[in-house]
Design a protein around this ligand. Structure first.
Ligand SMILES: Nc1ncnc2c1ncn2[C@@H]1O[C@H](COP(=O)(O)OP(=O)(O)OP(=O)(O)O)[C@@H](O)[C@H]1O
Ligand SMILES: [Mg+2]
Length: 1020
C-alpha cells in the first residue's frame, strides 16, 4: 500500500517534470520544420558556427547557459539530419541497414533528460540509440569530446557506425574504441568529437594514461567532459561489483605450486566423492526402510528423520553439485529434512556440532560464499605422516616463546624468528593453493564460468555471456583452474593499476544514462552517482504478452517442456529466441534440437564472430536462435516480412537470472516499437537460483500440490516467490557493491593524489623545479628526524645525518661542518614555509645541505645534454612513483584481506582499514620522495656524462667511508660503484620510513581514532 502511495507521488512528480518539458518539444519541431528548407550544406554550416562559438567559452557556467539556449536548435538539427537520411542504406557491421528513423516526440524528451544529466528510463526497443544522438551532438559542439559508453564491443561498433551517419551528415567526427586497437589508433578515436566504447576500454585507457604512460604523447584520452552511459544499470550496477584491474607479471614470483598439488587435490576430491557416495547409500537405505512399514516383531527403532537430514546436509557440504543429491532433493520432504538438520546445527551456539559434521568430510564447500575449507581428515589424507603440515602455527605464541626462551644472543633469536616466519609463509602459501584448487574443482565449471580456448582459460562474463579475454581471477584462482584443465599455467600476476567503475565515472564533469530497467535501483543511482531517473513514456503501447513462469521439479523435465514449446511455435513459422544462462546449457539445448532435426543458430561466447550475422537472421520467419545473455541488452532483432502477422518474436527463458533486470532485458528483445511479441520463462527446482536462494514457500506449494513426474506448476503467486528469491540475491549483491565502494573510496583519494603528482610530472615544463622542491622536503624531514629537538646542536649526534646525506647525494659532508653550520644558525624560519617549525640550528643545516645539493646538481647538469636530461629527470621520478605505488597497491590488498580476518571486538573493520591505509599512504609519499632523491644523482643520459660528472666532483667533498658514489679520479669501475650504490640503497631501505604531516605527541590522542593515547595504540 505504502509502495503504491509512494509510486503515486513519484509518478506524479515524474509527470510534472515531463509536462514542463513538453513546450520545448513543440519548439524543437517548429525549428526543425524551418530547417527543412535548408540545403545539406547550409545545415552543416550551422554546426561549424555553433562549434566555433562554444569552444571559445572557458567558463563552465557560461557554457551551460549557452548549451541551454542552443538546445532546441541543436536537437532540431539532428532531427532534420535524420529526416534527410530516410531511405538511405547505411552499412552497419557489414550489413546494409535502411535508415527509417525520425525522432518521435518521446525521443526528444528522452534526449532532453540526458542533456540534463539524468537517467532516461525508456522501455526496451524504444530507440535509445537514436535518443542519445541529440544530447551527444549538442555537447560535442563544445569541442571537449563526448563519450558514449556501451556494454560490449559489438554495440560500440554498431552504434558508432549506425549513428555515425547522423553525426557525419552534420559535420562532426565519430570514433570508436575497440579492444585490440593500438595506442595510436586510440588517440585518433579520442580526438574525434564523439567516441563510442565500452566501460572497460574507457576505464583501462584512463588507468594506462595516468598510471603507466611516461610522456604526454603516450596518453590517449583528452579529458572527461560528458559521458552518456547506455544500459546504465548494467554498467553502474552489475559491473560495479568488480573493479577494473590492470595487472602484470608478479615481481615476487612464487614457484608454481598449483601443478604440484593438482594430483593430490584430485585424489582428495575423489575420496570425498566416495565418502559422499556412502552417505547417500545410507540415506537411500533409510528412505527405503521408511517406505516399507516396519514388520511386527522388529525391535529396532525406526531411523529418524534427523539422521536422514544430517546425511543429506553432509553431502550438501561436501559435494553440493552431486547429481544423486539433487535427485534426492527433488522430493520436497527431503529438502525439509535437510534444512531442519542444518538449522539445528546452526542453533547450537558453540558451533561444536556443526564443526563435528564438517569433520566427517575431507573438506567443506560453501557454495553461496564460494569458500572451500579443508578439515583435519583432509589434512591427514594429504599428509598422513604429518597432518600438521597444513596447519598454521600461532606466530605470536612462538615469538613469545623465543623472546622468553634460553637463547641469550639477540641476533640468534632474530634468526630463529626469521626462520619461523619463513616457514609460516611457505605453509600459508601451500594451504592457500590447495584451497584454491578445491574451489576450482568443486565450484568452477567449464563452459559455465569459463571456457577453454587455445590452451587458455577464459572467463565468461555472467551478465553478458561474453568472453573476458585477458581478464584473470585473482589470488591464484586462475592458476588453479588452469592446473585443473591441464593448460599452460600463467605466472602469478600483480595489480599495476586499478579503479572501480563507480570512481571512473565520477571523473566526468557531466554524466547521464539510459536503460529500460532503472526503477529497481533508482535509490542507488541517486546516492552514489547523483543521477535522478526520469521515466519516459513509450511511443506506442507495449503489446508483449508475458506468460506466467512454469516451474518443474527437475531440469530434465524443464528442458523437455522447453523443447515441446519450441516445436509447437516453430511449426507456426514464428521466430523464437531461447535465452540460456550458460554456454553449457545453450549447447545442451542445441543437441536436443539437433536430435529432433530442427535447424537453429547458436550464439554464445564461442561463436561471437558470427554475432551480427545471427542477429540479422533471428527475427525472420522460422528463425530459431539459442543464445546466452549475449543476445540480451541492446540487441535489436528486426522482424522479417510477415512475422508481425504471426505474432512477432517469441522469447523463451530457460532459467531465471540472479537479477530481475537481466530477465526483463531478455524479454525486451521482442515486442519492440509497438510490435507484437510474447515471452515465457521455464524454471526447475534444481536451478542454482532456486537451490541457493529459493524459499520454503515454493517447496511447500510443490508438496501440497504433489507434483507428478513431468507435471508443471504455474501461478502468479509462484512468480512472486521467484522474484523474492531474486530480490534476495540483488540485496546480497548490493551489499557487496557498497562494500567495494567504501573500501575503494580510500584508494580513490590516494589514487587522486598519486595520479595528480604523476600528471604534473608528465605534463609540467618545470620538472627540475619540482625535483629541487622534493629534495628540499626530504632534507627537512631527515634533518628533523635525525637531529632531535634539542636546541643546542653540540649535544646532537650528527653522524647518522652525515651518513644519510652522503649516501643519498654526492656531497661528502663532514660531521664537523654540519656542527659548525648548526651552531652558527640564528635565523628562525618563516612561518608557513616548508621549514616552519625548525629551530634556527636545524634551519641552518637544512639550508646548508640543500644549497650543496643544488650546486652538485648544477654541476651534473653542466655535463649533460639539456634535452635528454629532462627525459632522465622525468623518468627517474615516474619510475620511483610507479614502483612504490605498485608495491603499495599490493600492500593495500593484503591490508584489506587481513583486516577482514582480524577480530576487532565491536569495531568496524572499515574504520580500522581507513586508519591503517592513511598511515601506509603517508609512508608511501615519503618513500617515493626519498627514492627520487636517491636515484636522481645515480641516473644520467649517458654513461659518459655520468663519469665526467663523477670525475669533476670537487675533491674534498667526497667522504671516503660513506660516499655511495665512488672516488673521483678512480677508474670508472661501474661494477664497483653500482655495488656500493646497491649496498647503500639496501642500508637506506632498512632504515624505517619517516612520516610527514603533523607530528603526534606520545600522549596525544591517536590519529587512528581509537580514542586511546598514541603511545598505547599505534605509537607502541
Ligand atoms: N524514431 C524512430 N522511428 C522508427 N523506428 C525507430 C525510431 N527509433 C528507433 N527505431 C527503431 O527501434 C528499434 C530499437 O531501437 P534501439 O535498439 O535503439 O532500442 P533501445 O531502446 O536501445 O532498446 P534496448 O533497450 O533493447 O537497447 C530499432 O530497430 C530502430 O530502428
Ligand atoms: Mg539500446
Amino acid at each position: 500500500m505504502i509502495g503504491f502511495i509512494i509510486k503515486k507521488i513519484i509518478g506524479s512528480r515524474n509527470d510534472r517534470e515531463l509536462r514542463r518539458m513538453r513546450p520545448m518539444v513543440a519548439r524543437i519541431n517548429e525549428i526543425e520544420a524551418s530547417y527543412q528548407a535548408l540545403s545539406e550544406e547550409e545545415l552543416r554550416e550551422k554546426t561549424a558556427a555553433w562549434k566555433a562559438r562554444l569552444t571559445a567559452i572557458t567558463d563552465y557556467e557560461e557554457l551551460n547557459a549557452a548549451l541551454k539556449e542552443l538546445m532546441p536548435e541543436a536537437f532540431a538539427a539532428v532531427k532534420n539530419a535524420c529526416r534527410r537520411l530516410v531511405g538511405r542504406d547505411i552499412t552497419v557491421r557489414g550489413h546494409p541497414l535502411r535508415w527509417e528513423m525520425i525522432p518521435f516526440d518521446v525521443q526528444l524528451l528522452g534526449g532532453m533528460a540526458l542533456h540534463l544529466g539524468k537517467i532516461a528510463e525508456m522501455a526496451t526497443g524504444e530507440g535509445k540509440t537514436l535518443v542519445a544522438t541529440m544530447p551527444v551532438y549538442l555537447n560535442a559542439l563544445t569541442g571537449r569530446g563526448v563519450h558514449i559508453v556501451t556494454v560490449n564491443d559489438y554495440l560500440a561498433a554498431r552504434d558508432s557506425e549506425w549513428m555515425g551517419a547522423v553525426y557525419r551528415l552534420l559535420g562532426l567526427t565519430v570514433g570508436c574504441i575497440l579492444h585490440d586497437q593500438s595506442p595510436a589508433i586510440r588517440r585518433q578515436q579520442y580526438a574525434c568529437d564523439i567516441t563510442y566504447g565500452t566501460n572497460a576500454e574507457f576505464g583501462f585507457d584512463y588507468l594506462r594514461d595516468n598510471g603507466m604512460a611516461s610522456t604526454r604523447e603516450e596518453q590517449v584520452q583528452r579529458g572527461h567532459y560528458f559521458a552518456i552511459v547506455d544500459e546504465v544499470d548494467s554498467i553502474l550496477i552489475d559491473e560495479a561489483r568488480t573493479p577494473l584491474i590492470i595487472s602484470g607479471p608478479s615481481v615476487v614470483s612464487v614457484d608454481n605450486q598449483y601443478g604440484k598439488f593438482k594430483g593430490q587435490v584430485e585424489a582428495l576430491v575423489r575420496a570425498q566423492e566416495r565418502l559422499c557416495g556412502r552417505f547417500l547409500d545410507d540415506a537411500e537405505a533409510i528412505l527405503k526402510q521408511k517406505s516399507t512399514p516396519a514388520e511386527s516383531g522388529t525391535s529396532e527403532a525406526a531411523p529418524s528423520d534427523q539422521d536422514l537430514g544430517i546425511l543429506l546436509y553432509r553431502v550438501k557440504l561436501g559435494m553440493p553439485r552431486s547429481e544423486r543429491l539433487l535427485r534426492l532433493l527433488e522430493e520436497p520432504e527431503n529438502i525439509r529434512r535437510m534444512q531442519k538438520a542444518e538449522m539445528e546445527l546452526h542453533l547450537d551456539q558453540s558451533k561444536k556440532l556443526l564443526y563435528a559434521e564438517k569433520e566427517e568430510l575431507f573438506f567443506a564447500i560453501e557454495e553461496k560464499s564460494h569458500d572451500a575449507d579443508m578439515t583435519e581428515k583432509g589434512r591427514t589424507f594429504l599428509s598422513p605422516q604429518d597432518p600438521e603440515a597444513f596447519v598454521l602455527p600461532d606466530l605470536t605464541v612462538m615469538f613469545h616463546e623465543i623472546d622468553t626462551g634460553p637463547e641469550p644472543d639477540v641476533r640468534k633469536r632474530m634468526e630463529q624468528k626469521a626462520r619461523i616466519q619463513a616457514e609460516f609463509e611457505a605453509k600459508a602459501q601451500q594451504i592457500h593453493c590447495i584451497s584454491q584448487l578445491l574451489k576450482a574443482y568443486c565450484l568452477y565449471q567449464k563452459d559455465v564460468q569459463y571456457v577453454v580456448q587455445d590452451n587458455k582459460v577464459i572467463i565468461v562474463d555472467e551478465n553478458t555471456g561474453r568472453l573476458m579475454t585477458g581478464r584473470r581471477w585473482s589470488d591464484g584462482l586462475h592458476q588453479a583452474v588452469e592446473a585443473k584443465e591441464g593448460v599452460q599455467i600463467e605466472r602469478e600476476t600483480q595489480t599495476l593499476a586499478t579503479i572501480t567503475i563507480q570512481n571512473y565515472f565520477r571523473l566526468y564533469h557531466k554524466l547521464a544514462g539510459m536503460t529500460g530497467t532503472a526503477e529497481t535501483e533508482a535509490q542507488e543511482f541517486l546516492d552514489i552517482y547523483k543521477l535522478g531517473v526520469l521515466v519516459i513514456p513509450t511511443n506506442k503501447p507495449v503489446r508483449r504478452d508475458d506468460a506466467n513462469d512454469s516451474v518443474y521439479k527437475t531440469r530434465r523435465e524443464k528442458y523437455d517442456a522447453v523443447l515441446r514449446e519450441i516445436q509447437e511455435i516453430h511449426s507456426q513459422g514464428r521466430p523464437i529466441l531461447v535465452g540460456t544462462i550458460s554456454v553449457e546449457v545453450s549447447e545442451h539445448l542445441a543437441r536436443m534440437l539437433k536430435r529432433v532435426g530442427i535447424v537453429h543458430s547458436v550464439l554464445n561466447a564461442k561463436y561471437h564472430q558470427q554475432e551480427a550475422e545471427i542477429i540479422t537472421r533471428a527475427g525472420q520467419r522460422g528463425g530459431l536462435t539459442i543464445a546466452t545473455n549475449m543476445a540480451g541488452r541492446g540487441t535489436d532483432i528486426k522482424l522479417g516480412p510477415g512475422v508481425p502477422e504471426l505474432g512477432g518474436l517469441h522469447v523463451i527463458g530457460t532459467e531465471r537470472h540472479e537479477a530481475r533486470r537481466i530477465d526483463r532485458q531478455l524479454r525486451g528483445r521482442c515486442a519492440r516499437q509497438g510490435d507484437p511479441g510474447s515471452s515465457h520463462f521455464f524454471i526447475s527446482l534444481e536451478d542454482d537460483l532456486m537451490r541457493l536462494f529459493g524459499s520454503d514457500r515454493i517447496v511447500k506449494v510443490m508438496e501440497r500440490v504433489g507434483l507428478e513426474e513431468g507435471q508443471e506448476l504455474e501461478h502468479p503467486l509462484l512468480n512472486r516467490s521467484i522474484q523474492q528469491a531474486q530480490k534476495r540475491v540483488e540485496q546480497h549483491n548490493f551489499q557487496i557493491r557498497k562494500r567495494t565502494l567504501e573500501y575503494d573510496d580510500v584508494m580513490n583519494k590516494q589514487r587522486e593524489v598519486v595520479y595528480g603528482f604523476r600528471n604534473k610530472i608528465i605534463q609540467g615544463e618545470d620538472v627540475r623545479d619540482r625535483l629541487m622542491d622534493i629534495m628540499e622536503e626530504v632534507v627537512v624531514q631527515k634533518v628533523e628526524e635525525l637531529t632531535g629537538r634539542d636546541d643546542d646542536p653540540s649535544v646532537w649526534n650528527l653522524r647518522p645525518l652525515a651518513d644519510w646525506v652522503n649516501l643519498t647525494f654526492p656531497l661528502g659532508v663532514q660531521e664537523a661542518d654540519l656542527l659548525k653550520v648548526a651552531s652558527g644558525g640564528t635565523e628562525a624560519p618563516v612561518a608557513g614555509s616548508l621549514f616552519a617549525g625548525l629551530s634556527p640550528a636545524q634551519f641552518a643545516v637544512c639550508q646548508h645541505i640543500s644549497d650543496k645539493v643544488r650546486h652538485a646538481y648544477e654541476l651534473k647538469i653542466s655535463f649533460e645534454q639539456a634535452e635528454s636530461l629532462e627525459a632522465v629527470e622525468r623518468y627517474t621520478i615516474l619510475s620511483a612513483i610507479d614502483r612504490l605505488w605498485q608495491e603499495h597497491l599490493y600492500g593495500m590488498d593484503s591490508l584489506r584481506n587481513s583486516i577482514g580476518l582480524r577480530a576487532y571486538g565491536q569495531r568496524d573493520p572499515l574504520i580500522e582499514y581507513k586508519a591503517e591505509a592513511f598511515k601506509v599512504f603517508e609512508d608511501l609519499m615519503v618513500n617515493i620522495k626519498t627514492e627520487i632523491c636517491h636515484n636522481i644523482f645515480r641516473s644520467a643520459s649517458s654513461l659518459m656524462a655520468f663519469e665526467r660528472f663523477l670525475h669533476n666532483l670537487p675533491q674534498r667533498t667526497v667522504h671516503q667511508s660513506t660516499s655511495a658514489f665512488g672516488q673521483p679520479g678512480a677508474q670508472p669501475g661501474r661494477g664497483q660503484s653500482s655495488d656500493i650504490v646497491s649496498e647503500a640503497a639496501a642500508a637506506l631501505d632498512k632504515s624505517k620510513p619517516v612520516r610527514s604531516g603533523p607530528k603526534v605527541g606520545r600522549n596525544d590522542p591517536c590519529p587512528c581514532g581509537s580514542g586511546k593515547k598514541y603511545k598505547q595504540c599505534c605509537g607502541r
